[in-house]
Design a binder for this molecule. Structure first.
Ligand SMILES: [Zn+2]
Length: 186
């Protein structure tokens, strides 16, 4: 990531809105903004490879649903570059292997920290679990509040966007799906 470019760009925004880029309070703002984007968009860091996120796996004879719910995330809407903030619920029914729960949270973070749309992020998380673990089913639900909708535009305070991707058993079996939905809304 080129921090200098972000700084220069943000200085242009300040000039564009008619601010004095040299006044005390704004002097270091372009630098702070660049560091902030570096943190918020750290998923773009090429050092972490997609296929390594869920690498640590264990063989286990467990064939019921494994659910991790209320995983907090912050992502950036790629259309307005404002944050959308919410929770992810992830479930899978293992095939032969399971993965550490913290790794699932890492997968959420990995896809959140980049310019995103919620629909794509939902599919990316489910897709990675499917690809990495070959489970019998995967379910991912994201619930988020989008700043681009709550603080600007329609100003729909309190509106939540819910997206869902179901694969395998969660798609085929109404019972499995119902169990998942009941668990996450308990
Ligand atoms: Zn937006």
């Amino acid at each position: 990531m080129n921090l200098q470019k972000i700084e220069d760009g943000f200085r242009l925004i300040l000039e564009g809105i008619g601010e004095d880029v040299n006044r005390e309070g704004l002097l270091k703002t372009p630098h702070r903004v660049a560091k902030m984007y570096q943190e918020l968009l750290s998923g773009l860091d090429g050092n972490v490879k997609e296929e390594s996120v869920l690498e640590t796996q264990f063989t286990e004879n467990y064939d019921e649903m494994i659910l991790l719910k209320d995983v907090p995330f912050v992502s950036i809407c790629e259309h307005h570059f404002l944050p959308f903030i919410g929770k992810a619920h992830i479930a899978y029914i293992p095939g032969e292997r399971i993965v550490g729960l913290s790794k699932l949270a890492r997968a959420v973070d990995f896809y959140a920290r980049r310019p995103q749309v919620q629909e794509r992020m939902t599919c990316q998380i489910a897709g990675l679990i499917q690809k990495s673990l070959s489970p019998k089913g995967v379910a991912v639900v994201l619930e988020a509040s989008h700043s681009c909708m709550t603080i600007r535009g329609i100003k729909a305070q309190g509106a939540t966007m819910v997206t869902c991707q179901l694969l395998g058993l969660f798609k085929r079996s109404e019972k499995t799906r119902a169990e998942f939905m009941a668990q996450i809304h308990r």
